[in-house]
Design a protein around this ligand. Sequence first.
Ligand SMILES: CC(C)(COP(=O)(O)OP(=O)(O)OC[C@H]1O[C@@H](n2cnc3c(N)ncnc32)[C@H](O)[C@@H]1OP(=O)(O)O)[C@@H](O)C(=O)NCCC(=O)NCCS
Length: 132
Amino acid sequence: MADPSKEMVDKYLSSSEIFLAKDQKHIIGILVLKREQNAAEIMNVAVEEKYQGKGIGTQLLQHVIQYSREAGIKQLSIGTADISLDQITLYQKLGFKVNDRIADFFLKNYEKPIYENGKLAKDMIRLEMSLS
Ligand SMILES: CC(C)(COP(=O)(O)OP(=O)(O)OC[C@H]1O[C@@H](n2cnc3c(N)ncnc32)[C@H](O)[C@@H]1OP(=O)(O)O)[C@@H](O)C(=O)NCCC(=O)NCCS
């Protein structure tokens, strides 16, 4: 749900840490964190559709921010599409700040166009949080 390209997910999954949100029986949310020395990037965060809007994504992100701080990570980043305004607002509320825009990232790196709410994803917005 957060990354429609299996090829892209396969590239980072084996070298990442994976955090799960579970109800009694099922996995209902995931977050993938890729660490590189003193920095880390949240590569993927998704909550199963019927559980969205209940605070689970916020909890996953807050947990990983705290985990990263305790693990000595100094800089945490996350990237999302220019059209994902709700997600950008969520990340900003948690303390991330927009620090870069990569023009045409989604047009150049994905075979198929990505649409959200009828809008085409073009640029990647990168947000960062300093944990030091
Ligand atoms: C983005 C996502 C992980 C957020 O998880 P969640 O459990 O729905 O988030 P929360 O319930 O903690 O909501 C937090 C806030 O974000 C807003 N929000 C963020 N993304 C949203 C979305 N796609 N749809 C609706 N609301 C969203 C909520 O309105 C809420 O705002 P509020 O605190 O002012 O009420 C989840 O919506 C999702 O899986 N979306 C599809 C995959 C995706 O876009 N992943 C991110 C790729 S960068």
